[in-house]
Design a protein around this ligand. Structure first.
Ligand code: ATP
Ligand code: MG
Length: 223
């Protein structure tokens, strides 16, 4: 909930959901119309590559606009967790087995926390995947992602490191700020969502730059 002197109390979750709804409707209309045009063009067996190209652009931009709305609304809607006890190492093992890394990325893992944690598996998965996505983004020409789980001073810790350039000094400070991004055409909601998910778990999310690249540390209190 944010407070603003001019507009009174603004419920961001509600506002996002209202705007999302209003924008999703015209997007659905655009989708239907472009589907109609595409069928007509295909039926006419047009060889005009430019028309086909612009149809693809409209389709992919509509998809992008829809996924932005989804990302923003998920961020503001996230309020409660559905937790259960889970073995952290097994959870990470499964997540990594199901995660598709692009070619050129080597994954090293060391899952030895032996901790049982109280987690919302779907949300923690979302958080870890956002961190893995950032690691992959940081390695456009390939590299190594190292995933560790350990118990340290009674806390269960997941550490994800990559061999990319690491956080810039500015990103180290602002990484968790909603809408902070240094990437083209991205929302900057990944790590803000990660922090929110970890806070809801009564845990922590931290970033640092190591000599080898970026390190993201997620801390949970064992159940
Ligand atoms: N592994 C990393 N290495 C270097 N910089 C990083 C790394 N992860 C995050 N950052 C920096 O932190 C910023 C914020 O990350 P965040 O995940 O919140 O947003 P994003 O990746 O830019 O966009 P989105 O996640 O919404 O697609 C990034 O733009 C980048 O500058
Ligand atoms: Mg990201």
């Amino acid at each position: 909930m944010a407070t603003d002197t001019e507009f009174g109390e603004v419920d961001l979750a509600k506002m996002t959901s209202l705007i999302g709804h209003e924008i999703r409707n015209p997007l659905a209309v655009i989708s239907n119309s472009i589907y109609y045009i595409k069928n007509k063009v295909e039926a006419a067996q047009s060889k005009d590559e430019k028309v086909a190209k612009h149809i693809r652009i409209i389709e992919s931009e509509v998809q992008r606009a829809n996924s932005i709305l989804k990302e923003v609304s998920l961020f503001f809607k996230l309020k409660e967790l559905a937790t259960k006890a889970a073995a952290l190492d097994g959870f990470m093992e499964e997540l990594l087995a199901a995660h598709a890394f692009p070619d050129g990325i080597a994954v090293k893992k060391s899952l030895q926390s032996k901790a049982t944690v109280s987690i919302d598996p779907a949300q923690l998965q979302r958080a870890v995947e956002a961190v893995l996505q950032n690691a992959v983004d940081a390695l456009p020409s390939g590299g190594t992602v190292t995933v560790g789980a350990k118990t340290e001073k009674g806390q269960a810790v997941v550490e994800i490191a990559d061999s990319g350039p690491g956080f810039t000094p500015e990103a180290t400070v602002k990484a968790f700020t909603p809408f902070f991004t240094t990437k083209e055409r991205r929302m900057g909601l990944g790590l803000a969502t990660v922090r929110r998910i970890m806070t809801l778990h009564q845990g922590k999310a931290e970033v640092r730059k190591s000599s080898a690249g970026a390190v993201v540390r997620l801390t949970l209190t064992p159940a």
